[in-house]
Write a protein that binds this ligand. Structure first.
Ligand SMILES: NC(=O)c1ccc[n+]([C@@H]2O[C@H](COP(=O)([O-])OP(=O)(O)OC[C@H]3O[C@@H](n4cnc5c(N)ncnc54)[C@H](OP(=O)(O)O)[C@@H]3O)[C@@H](O)[C@H]2O)c1
Length: 429
C-alpha cells in the first residue's frame, strides 16, 4: 500500500458532509485498504466556523472555500454545499487546480452537468455524483457502467422521499394533502418550505440527470415536464383504489416506441397495486428500469438522510481515489446519441378523468362523442348520480397528451359538464 495519503477537501459539513467526515474517520483503515492508500481530510469549508463539529479538528475548518480548492495539493474535492453558487465555481476551480470532484448536488448537475463534465474532461479529472439521485441507492453507476452494454428504454422512479411519505399517508389513512404535509413537516420529512419537493422541482432535476445517462443524450432541466402533487385529493385515492391502483409522484424517462426521441416528465400518476413501485412506502425511493436485454430491474432504498447519502458519496470517493492511483479516470459524460427530447404533447399514456356532470339523459353520449372527435378511445366509464348532479369517471386507452388536452378543453365547453374534477395519468401497466 502507498503510504503517502490522498488529500480530500470537504466543501460543506451539514447533514451529508458531517456524515462523510465521520465515516472517513471511523472507517479510515478499511478505506485505505480498499483504495490502496490512506485518505486524509485536508480541510473542511463551512459558512459558520464557530459551530461545534464533532470529530473534526478545529484547524481543518475554514470559511474560505475558494482558497481551500486552490491549494494545489488536493486529490479529491467533495462538494456537499448544495445549490448553484458557490458550488459551481468551486468545482470548476477544483478541476483547474488538479483535483477530481465528488458531488451530491442534483440541482447543479441537472442545470450545468454538461459544462461541468466538459471541465472535468478538459483537465483529465473525474466528476462523480452517485448521491445526487436517490441518496444511498446505487443508480448512476449501474446505469452508466453495469448497463453500458444494454439499451435502456424506460426509467420509472419514485425519487423524492418527502412526496412519497405524503402520498403514502394519504393512501393509508385517508388524510387530505394538507394534513399529510403537516405530519411530514412535524416528523422532519418535509422542509419548512416544501415547494421544491411538492411541486416536483427536486424530482425533475433527478429526472434530467437519469434521462441523460440512460439515453446517452443531454436532457436539460427545461426539457423535463413537471407537475407537482399538491392537487391530489382523498377522492383521487378513492378512485385509484376502485381501479386497483395507488397514486405516486413519478419521474418517468422514456425512449419513444420508434427509438428516435426521448421524453422526461414528473407528475402524480396512478399505478397498479401489482406494480413493484406501488409497494414503496414512507420516505423510501425506488427506481424501476426497463432495458432490452436485462428486462426489468428495480433499485430500492433510502433516498435521503445524512448517513445513507454519505454512503453514496464515500463509494464515489473510493472509486475516484482508485482512479487517481491508477493514473486513470472513470467514465465521463456519454451524450453521443444526442436524441431529440420531445415535448409533453407527444407523450403517450392512459388517463383517468373525473367529471362533474348534469344527471340527465344523453350526457354520456355527448361526452363519448368529444373523446371520439379527438381520437381518444375510452376503455371504461363509471357513472354515479344524485340530486340532478353526477360524476363520470372515464379511463382511456393510450393516447397522446396533446389529444387529451384537446379533449379536456372541449369537455369544459359542454353545457352538461359542470367541471373537470381531476385528470390523472395511469402508468406502469
Ligand atoms: N440531506 C440529504 O438527505 C441529501 C440527500 C441527497 C443529496 N443531498 C445533497 O447534498 C448536498 C448537501 O446537503 P445537506 O443536506 O448536507 O445540506 P446542509 O445540511 O444545509 O449543509 C450545507 C453545508 O454547506 C455549508 N455551506 C453553505 N454555504 C457555504 C459556503 N458559501 N461556503 C462554504 N460552506 C458553505 C454549510 O455550512 P454551515 O454548516 O456553517 O451552515 C453546511 O455545512 C446538497 O446538494 C443536497 O441536495 C442531500
Amino acid at each position: 500500500m502507498r503510504t503517502r495519503p490522498l488529500k480530500v477537501a470537504l466543501l460543506g459539513c451539514g447533514v451529508v458532509g458531517s456524515e462523510v467526515a465521520r465515516i472517513m474517520t471511523t472507517h479510515a483503515d478499511d478505506l485505505a485498504a480498499r483504495i490502496g492508500a490512506p485518505v486524509e481530510l485536508a480541510g473542511v469549508a463551512v459558512r459558520r466556523p464557530d459551530r461545534v463539529r464533532e470529530g473534526i479538528p478545529a484547524e481543518l475548518i475554514t470559511t474560505d472555500a475558494t482558497a481551500l480548492v486552490k491549494r494545489g495539493d488536493l486529490d479529491v474535492v467533495v462538494e456537499v454545499i448544495g445549490g448553484i453558487e458557490p458550488a459551481r465555481s468551486l468545482i470548476a476551480t477544483a478541476f483547474e487546480h488538479g483535483a477530481s470532484v465528488v458531488s451530491a448536488n442534483k440541482a447543479l448537475l441537472a442545470q450545468d452537468g454538461a459544462a461541468l463534465h466538459a471541465a472535468a474532461e478538459e483537465h483529465g479529472k473525474d466528476l462523480y455524483y452517485e448521491a445526487a439521485v436517490a441518496g444511498a441507492i446505487p443508480l448512476i453507476r449501474p446505469l452508466r457502467e453495469s448497463l453500458a452494454g444494454d439499451k435502456v428504454n424506460r426509467v420509472l422512479g419514485i425519487v423524492n422521499g418527502t412526496t412519497n411519505f405524503i402520498l403514502d399517508k394519504m393512501d393509508t389513512t385517508g388524510a387530505g394533502y394538507q394534513e399529510a404535509l403537516d405530519e411530514a413537516t412535524a416528523l422532519g420529512y418535509a422542509e419548512a418550505d416544501p415547494t421544491a419537493d411538492v411541486e416536483g422541482f427536486d424530482a425533475a432535476a433527478k429526472a434530467a440527470i437519469l434521462a441523460g445517462i440512460a439515453f446517452h443524450t443531454r436532457v436539460r432541466l427545461d426539457d423535463v415536464y413537471r407537475e407537482g402533487m399538491t392537487e391530489v385529493t382523498a377522492a383521487d385515492f378513492a378512485s385509484a383504489k376502485e381501479m386497483g391502483c395507488t397514486i405516486k409522484l413519478l419521474a418517468i424517462c422514456e425512449r419513444a416506441a420508434d427509438g428516435a426521441s426521448v421524453t422526461a416528465r414528473v407528475h402524480p400518476a396512478m399505478i397498479p397495486l401489482t406494480h413493484p413501485l406501488a409497494s414503496v412506502r414512507g420516505a423510501y425511493n425506488a427506481v424501476f428500469v426497463e432495458s432490452d436485454a436485462a428486462g426489468q430491474l428495480m433499485f430500492y432504498g433510502p433516498g435521503a438522510g445524512g448517513a445513507p447519502t454519505a454512503s453514496a458519496v464515500l463509494g464515489d470517493l473510493v472509486a475516484v481515489c482508485r482512479n487517481r492511483l491508477n493514473g486513470a479516470t472513470g467514465p465521463g459524460e456519454s451524450a453521443y446519441a444526442a436524441l431529440p427530447v420531445s415535448p409533453m404533447g407527444e407523450v403517450v399514456t392512459r388517463y383517468h378523468i373525473s367529471l362533474d356532470v348534469a344527471d340527465k339523459p344523453g350526457v354520456l353520449a355527448q361526452v363519448a362523442t368529444v373523446f371520439a372527435e379527438h381520437g381518444v378511445s375510452i376503455d371504461t366509464v363509471r357513472q354515479q348520480g344524485k340530486d340532478g348532479e353526477a360524476s363520470l369517471v372515464v379511463v382511456t386507452h393510450r393516447a397522446s397528451d396533446a389529444a387529451l388536452v384537446g379533449t379536456v378543453e372541449a369537455l369544459r365547453n359542454l353545457d352538461t359538464v359542470r367541471g373537470v374534477a381531476s385528470i390523472m395519468r395511469v402508468e406502469g401497466e
